[in-house]
Design a protein around this ligand. Structure first.
Ligand SMILES: *Cc1c(COP(=O)(O)O)cnc(C)c1O
Length: 354
């Protein structure tokens, strides 16, 4: 037996690592990234801005300027607190660290896998509550699971990943008011959704939101935020590692997020492309396309595994969920540029001989 097999917690050894497939030279439609690079006319200005960064110094510890940039971009009221994370993944971990031994984290399934993984990393219990066949929350089932398991934290992705839909607002409100848990609404896809719970933070003391800039063009910067009541954020901030947002991220985001017109215009293009791609997929016999409030589409397809492989051989990478519980025959495609989406749809049409 090797050293590490003897040494490492057996539950960690048993976990499958978060798998990122190779994607070099492929049309990358697997990870909900934005397909739009930095506008060319901004590159010079951006580099000049970067050149001013003091890389010999530790980053600004509270990143107040960056907090202000995010408040402006996302219209976050001054009355709410903002906590920054190295991606919203780090904030999910920070919330788990705030729990006590024996506590339970509850979420719905299928949903974002990090809720489950981070619960395991941090020795917490994880309880998944099944969504209905149409990926809605079954309120009585959810309330009864909450009553049984008494979770400390409830994570709900709104809109949900990997299904793409947003849950019923009244259902979520009932969940928030029926529990003493902290309810974390993960709004990673807020830019592509019709609804948000941002304003509701003022109403519900146990509600916090997560957001990220990963899905609006800046996945490479690793920057997420938690939005909640000021006193909640003040306490949670004690668990944040000092300097968790590096200088290059702070400086880059301050510059890039000020270009709000570009960010909004790109989101608008993605929404148009989502509707176009959804219509195109729906014309193919046998495909079921689920409604989406995000920058991706989930669809159920005959011979899904083969279609996935066929797309890959033709240079298009999407996400294969066909072998995941409750997502049999399902694939998830991120909305790309018009050209990328056309490439994708051509291959799908050819595969089904249409
Ligand atoms: C992509 C995603 C995240 C991760 O965001 P990062 O800020 O890149 O860590 C969090 N939650 C959901 C639901 C996501 O889909």
């Amino acid at each position: 037996m090797s050293f590490i097999n003897n040494w490492l917690r057996s539950d960690i050894q048993a976990i499958n690592a978060y798998h990122v497939p190779p994607s070099e030279n492929m049309v990358k439609l697997d990870a909900m990234e934005s397909p739009f690079p930095l506008a060319e006319d901004l590159i010079g200005q951006y580099l000049a801005y970067l050149a001013d960064a003091d890389l010999n110094r530790y980053p600004n510890p509270n990143a107040l300027e960056l907090q202000q940039s995010l408040r402006e971009l996302m219209n976050i009221p001054d009355a709410f607190g903002v906590l920054l994370g190295n991606g919203s993944d780090e904030l999910i971990q920070l919330l788990a660290l705030a729990c006590e031994a024996g506590d339970t984290i509850l979420s719905v399934e299928p949903s974002f896998v990090m809720y489950d993984m981070i619960s395991k990393f941090t020795h917490l219990n994880y309880q998944g509550v099944d969504l209905t066949d149409e990926f809605e929350i079954d309120l009585p089932v959810m309330l009864s699971a909450i009553a049984t398991h008494q979770p400390k934290l409830i994570f709900i992705a709104y809109p949900n990943n990997p299904t793409g839909n947003s849950f019923d607002r009244a259902t979520i409100e009932k969940i928030i008011t029926s529990t003493t848990a902290m309810v974390v609404l993960d709004e990673a896809y807020y830019a592509y959704a019709d609804d948000s719970f941002l304003a509701d933070i003022a109403k519900y003391p146990n509600l916090v939101l997560l957001r990220t800039i990963s899905k609006i063009g800046f996945a490479g910067l690793r920057l997420g935020l938690l939005i909640g009541a000021q006193d909640t954020v003040e306490q949670l901030d004690k668990l944040r590692l000092p300097y968790n947002i590096n200088t290059l991220t702070q400086v880059s985001a301050n510059f890039l997020l000020s270009e709000r017109a570009d960010i909004d215009a790109n989101a608008k293009i993605i929404l148009q492309q989502r509707s176009k791609l959804s219509s195109a997929l729906k014309t193919i016999d046998g495909l079921k396309v689920y409604p989406s409030q995000a920058n991706f589409l989930l669809f159920k397809a005959p011979k899904a595994n083969q279609l996935f492989e066929n797309l890959k051989q033709n240079g298009v990478l999407i996400k294969n969920l066909a072998n995941t519980p409750k997502l049999t025959d399902c694939l998830r495609v991120t909305i790309g540029t018009s050209k990328e989406n056309q490439q994708f749809i051509n291959i799908v049409e050819q595969f089904y001989g249409q």
